[in-house]
Write a protein that binds this ligand. Structure first.
Ligand code: ATP
Ligand code: MG
Length: 337
């Protein structure tokens, strides 16, 4: 059976982008693959090391969101990165064989550097304000994936360049140290039908740091008020003006969360029969219908945090058994003790 690994950073509650961009695939794949999912707390430090006060809360919230969405500890290994030190050892070994230009050229890191103000103006100095650990994000991620010899990595679109680096690192390791029979697989990414959910503000990506999210835990009123703020066709000023769905982010969301009615909405928006207020209200209800059962389960789960901790501890033990066997092989291949 092919093996899957994927992870998320415990930086707070999960939003719709996480759900439709990755988590729904994770849930689906549990039945047909061996699945390992990691809460990657070391990765959270790449951008959030100056304040770790809420890290433990965020770890539990992430676990609760996953389980509420349908990740099942009977079917999947749910682990905490920092509880399996083999990730760190493999990261260190990989860092020795990773040429820095692979990292500096990475488009996702570049985009992040720009978003976070880590760019220094002129082109060749682009990442000078980026910390060493942050630049190495894809190297640590490669260790997360390859320590389990995973074949498939279900992620959102922003992660695709990272998975490519992971394949390059695997290839380089195999080339340098693979002659004694040990080889890493070259993992493939796997996207959902919505690999990049835009934000409620019309930005290309829903992201916590951009403050444009609907969270899985949001109550119906919050969902409605977030949808109400969404940008529609600026030329549709009055209720009965004809609209252009192709420039409207509410319409994009209907495509994702209300596929059944999307053809009808397109027609009545264009003709001017459908006003934005009703259209948004409908969307808010459809999103709420999807999130309501998740919200209920989530409330049950967060009321018993010791259960969440136990699931993570058990999962990390199972993960460590696999990871330590990989590291034995890696050390041997590299002539380390
Ligand atoms: P945020 O920017 O909100 O903090 P993040 O991208 O930092 O989220 P990660 O832990 O890096 O969160 O990503 C978890 C997974 O969710 C990744 O596979 C990522 O590609 C996916 N993902 C995150 N946001 C979106 C989105 N808006 N659309 C689709 N997939 C997304
Ligand atoms: Mg990210």
């Amino acid at each position: 059976m092919a093996r899957i690994f994927s992870g998320m950073r415990p930086t707070g509650r999960l939003h719709l982008g996480h759900l439709v961009g990755a988590l729904e695939n994770w849930v689906r794949f549990q039945d047909s693959y061996e699945t390992i999912f990691g809460i990657v707390d070391w990765h959270a430090l790449t951008t959030g090391y100056s304040n770790t006060t809420d890290l433990q809360t965020h770890i539990r919230e992430t676990a609760a969101d996953w389980l509420a969405a349908g990740i099942d500890p009977q079917k999947s290994i749910i682990m905490l990165q920092s509880a399996v030190k083999e990730h760190a050892e493999l990261h260190l070994l990989f860092s020795m064989i990773t040429p820095t230009p692979w990292l500096i050229r990475n488009p996702t890191l570049k985009e992040q550097a720009k978003d976070l103000g880590l760019v220094d103006g002129s082109d060749d100095q682009e990442m000078t304000k980026m910390d060493y650990g942050h630049l190495g994000y894809p190297v640590l991620q490669s260790a997360d994936i390859l320590v389990y010899k995973a074949d498939i990595v279900p992620v959102g679109e922003d992660q695709v360049p990272h998975i490519e680096i992971c394949r390059e690192i695997a290839r380089r390791f195999n080339f340098l140290f693979g002659e004694r029979g040990f080889r890493f697989p070259e993992p493939q990414h796997k996207l959902t039908q919505t690999p990049r959910l835009p934000g409620t503000d019309g930005n290309m990506k829903m992201s916590k740091s951009l403050n444009n999210c609907i969270y899985l835990a949001d109550d119906p009123d919050t969902i409605q008020s977030q949808v109400k703020k969404m940008v529609t066709d600026p030329k549709k000023v009055r209720k009965n003006d004809p609209g252009r769905p192709e420039v409207c982010s509410v319409f994009t969301y209907h495509g994702v969360f209300n596929a059944q009615e999307v053809a009808e909405i397109e027609k009545t928006c264009r003709s001017g029969e459908l006003g934005c207020v009703d259209c948004k209200k409908n969307l808010g209800e459809k999103i709420d219908r999807k999130l309501a059962p998740i919200r209920t389960r989530r409330n049950e789960l967060t009321s018993e945090p010791q259960n969440l901790d136990k699931i993570l501890l058990d999962g990390s033990d199972r993960a460590r058994a696999i990871a330590s066997s990989t590291l034995k092989q890696v050390r041997k291949a590299m002539n380390l003790g």
